[in-house]
Design a protein around this ligand. Sequence first.
Ligand code: SAM
Length: 234
Amino acid sequence: LRAEERLSSNIARVTDPRRLRHLHEVHRARRGDTLTVGIEEGGIGRATITGLTGHAVELALDELECAPPPPLPVHLLLALPRPRMLARTLENIAALGAKELTLLHTARVEKSFWQSPELSESRIRDHLVLGLEQARDTRLPRVGMAPRFRPFVEDELPALIEGRRALLAHPGQSVACPYRLPPGESVTLMIGPEGGFVDYEVERLQAAGFEGVHLGERILRVETAVVALLSRLF
Ligand code: SAM
């Protein structure tokens, strides 16, 4: 169970209607029941239900049993994948633990993808939460949207890569993606859309400071490339 609100050091509250329904209808929860709970700003532990209505469940937290692993010091810039790929891609990113994610428009992203209901805040959050739960983490990556490539690259990118390593995953590059960056090194990563980057984008990003790297000779789907890249670096 995830608790969205922490009222004090040892009291948390669940108000999300779907979670409440699940607690009432599937678990038949009662006052006094104990369960494992994840607190949104960090930590997983045992808790006892102390109050229970149709609108909220109040929990008394025991000591948090495990601090979640720190998210990787990564800002992932991901060309917006097709909507049916987005769920698994987001789940994988959250499970591996990136700090920040920006969904980005590039030439081979279809404009209609930006209208997809999959891009609603709540859907994105749901997919990320599934990945976090898998990894017993509770901290959501910060998510941003950059629906226009050129203004993003000109106005926002320089500050995002200043003082950081910046890697562009692009098949066919002569340099292989490094294994294991020094602990704590911050990095900005870019992954392209299903159709890949166009030449202009690669040139523009390399001019901005990205190193082009390959992930081997096989061309990977976006959801797989995300895993290959993140798990190789840390
Ligand atoms: N035909 C496209 C191309 O050649 O760029 C394939 C794009 S691939 C399905 C989607 C994205 O995953 C790529 O833009 C890249 O960022 C990443 N990717 C997949 N396989 C890769 C590899 N072997 N090396 C580097 N990046 C890869």
